[in-house]
Design a protein around this ligand. Structure first.
Ligand SMILES: Cc1cc2nc3c(=O)[nH]c(=O)nc-3n(C[C@H](O)[C@H](O)[C@H](O)COP(=O)(O)O)c2cc1C
Length: 369
């Protein structure tokens, strides 16, 4: 076996037999226990992400990872077949597992290792892992393990107020460049870190890259555009005709952000009197996503010219979920300084002072200007 002929790939559910064989060669039963049969290993491969090293059709190494609710990732079971050792395969498995973690926007990756396993310790150290000081002894294990941690390098960030000022709704400026999974992971992690009523986190994100799905959605949006145009008076219809309302195909992907009213229900703390508080939470996730994307040099375009039933069906949402937004997302060539609708004379922005009230709606303006 020559190292350059070894392929490192993320395992899907259909790779369950390779994962099972490697875990059993490494004397590691399925983490979730139960019978070590096909259904158990298929569940295992769906619940955890395994990266497998292949020499032709032979699986020769693997590492597993799983993400916790706080966004951190735990790596486990890194193992390379004895005949394939000392060829850098462990490092390649580790690098791919770290790329998976970066794709999830994980700020922290941790793993347990025996301090007596010097080869593993040295591999982890050179990949940037450091001891945390935590130790554990698992039941039935002869020796203690130590916890190592790897921290994702912080991305260079623009100051917050600068990002708030630069954010724009984007339609025509998408570059269409391929998605960088690490950036996408950070942007989605920022969205997932939004505040939510009762900590219900009622959102999900369906990332849509499939061209045919996007074309079908765009066609539907254009029909709805025509419905809206038909409702306008002649002058407004003329102005609307010159306004682009979506960048569905130009963007690198779409993100359908959904609302699950049943998440955490019925006792959602803080929603008993205001049912919409769940939807407000989803909108905050969208705003976090929008700002994080702007900080990364990406753009977002919110598309709401659709019927919910159409979009829910298009991306196969369970019945209880509502699609709150289709967001066009991806790198941009530039961001406009003036909103498109203002540039096209559709509406101008209100000055802040017109939106401010003192004590009561009709109170005197708090700041003269
Ligand atoms: C809930 C919501 C729905 C929107 N739907 C659309 C849309 O369907 N098409 C579109 O071009 N822009 C849409 N927008 C973007 C707004 O037109 C845009 O935010 C507004 O004109 C201000 O521009 P700015 O975001 O660049 O500051 C939507 C924005 C929000 C918040």
């Amino acid at each position: 076996m020559h190292p350059s002929s070894v392929e490192i790939r993320r395992a899907g559910a259909d790779d369950w037999a390779a994962v099972a064989a490697l875990r059993s060669a490494a004397a590691q039963p399925a983490a979730d226990g139960g019978e070590q049969d096909e259904p158990t290993w298929r569940t295992e491969c769906a619940r955890h992400t395994y990266v497998v090293a292949w020499s032709g059709a032979d699986p020769i190494g693997l590492v597993g990872s799983s993400q916790a609710g706080d966004g951190s990732v735990a790596l486990f079971g890194l193992w390379v077949a004895p005949a394939a050792r000392r060829a850098g395969i462990g490092r390649r498995l580790l690098d791919e597992a770290l790329a998976v973690a970066a794709g999830w926007g994980a700020p922290l990756v941790q793993l347990w290792v025996s301090p007596a396993n010097e080869a593993a310790l040295s591999l982890y150290r050179t990949a940037g892992f450091a001891p945390t000081g935590a130790r554990q002894r698992m039941p039935g294990q002869p020796e203690e393990e130590i916890l190592l941690a790897w921290h994702a390098p912080p991305p260079p960030l623009a100051p917050l107020y600068e990002v708030l000022r630069r954010r724009r709704d984007v339609r025509g400026e998408f570059s269409g460049a391929p998605l960088d999974d690490a950036v996408l992971g950070r942007v989605l992690a920022a969205a997932h870190g939004a505040p939510s009523v009762g900590l219900s986190q009622p959102w999900d994100f369906v990332v849509v890259e499939d061209r045919r799905l996007r074309e079908a959605f765009r066609e539907h949006v254009h029909n709805e555009r025509a419905v809206f145009a038909h409702s306008l008076e002649e002058g407004a219809r003329g102005r609307f005709a010159g306004i682009k309302i979506e960048g569905i195909l130009e963007a690198s992907c779409g993100v359908v952000v959904t609302y699950d009213p049943e998440r955490g229900a019925p006792a959602v703390l803080g929603r008993h009197a205001i049912a919409d508080a769940g939807l407000y939470s989803v909108c905050l996730a969208i705003e976090n996503l929008w700002l994080a994307a702007t900080a990364e040099g990406w753009g977002v375009g919110w598309v709401s010219f659709y019927r919910e039933a159409f979009l829910a069906d298009l991306v196969g949402l369970p019945v209880r979920l509502r699609p709150v937004a289709w967001l066009c997302l991806g790198p941009v060539r530039s961001l406009a300084t003036v909103p498109d609708l203002e540039r096209h004379g559709w509406r101008a922005r209100r000055p802040l002072r017109d939106a401010l009230h003192r004590d009561r709606w009709e109170g005197e303006r708090p700041w003269a200007g």
